[in-house]
Design a binder for this molecule. Structure first.
Ligand SMILES: [Mg+2]
Length: 216
């Protein structure tokens, strides 16, 4: 099968650039349990890795059997910040990938601009993405809808069929496919390979392989 050449690489942030998902998942379990919503480790990965704030809120409300207030996460923000300050690192191999890429790249995340910037800053990646950060808050629907990737590609001036999306969550690869882009599903973190597989998708488990995969 022949492909259009890749002219833009769109990176997800959490679990792709920064190794934050294992930290979020651990703190999520503690926080949700304190709200009366118990989840197993597997369920947390299944339901919350790559999820938008709205999806996450719905699932936690269903599990605890009663609604959450409008700013229910606020009392727990510092707990996440402290864990990220102490533990967050870049995903292994990803700085080498960014150094080696010969096409423009940008970032598109379901997170807020503030959290994206903090996590890039914590891992020394912020300078590389300055002016090329897109948040789900910039569009009406986050992933798994295609809106965010289409917005990023249009702003960068590249047609969807010439974009590659690097994602670690089922929602993310779904969004890439819905946008008509090629998906590269990274399963070196928490998400199992079979959860990322699908049409127009290459699944890989070592970030250092990415540059080679993009040209095949
Ligand atoms: Mg992710």
């Amino acid at each position: 099968m022949t492909h259009e050449p890749i002219e833009l690489v769109i990176f997800d942030c959490d679990g792709v650039l920064v190794d934050s998902e294992r930290i979020y998942c651990r703190v999520d379990r503690e926080v949700f349990a304190s709200l009366g919503a118990e989840f197993t480790e597997e369920e947390v990965v299944e339901y919350f890795v790559g999820s938008s704030h709205a999806m996450l809120t719905t699932i936690v409300e269903e599990r605890r059997g009663r609604p959450l207030g409008p700013d229910w996460q606020a009392p727990f923000k510092q707990r996440y910040e402290d864990a990220l300050d102490a533990e967050l690192t870049a995903v292994e191999g990803v700085t080498d990938v960014l150094d080696a890429l010969h096409v423009p790249y940008c970032l598109a995340s379901n997170g807020s601009h503030a959290s994206i910037r903090k996590n890039l800053g914590r891992t020394g990646l912020l300078d590389r993405f300055e002016g090329r950060v897109f948040s789900a808050r910039d569009v009406s629907r986050g992933k798994p809808a295609p809106d965010l990737f289409l917005h990023a590609a249009a702003t960068m001036g590249v047609p969807p069929e010439r974009c590659a999306v690097v994602e670690d969550s089922p929602y993310g690869v779904q969004a890439a496919r819905a946008a008509g882009m090629r998906a590269f599903g990274y399963c070196g973190g928490l998400t199992r390979a079979d959860r990322l597989m699908g049409p127009h998708t290459v699944v890989f488990d070592d970030m250092r392989e990415l540059v080679g995969l993009l040209v095949t």
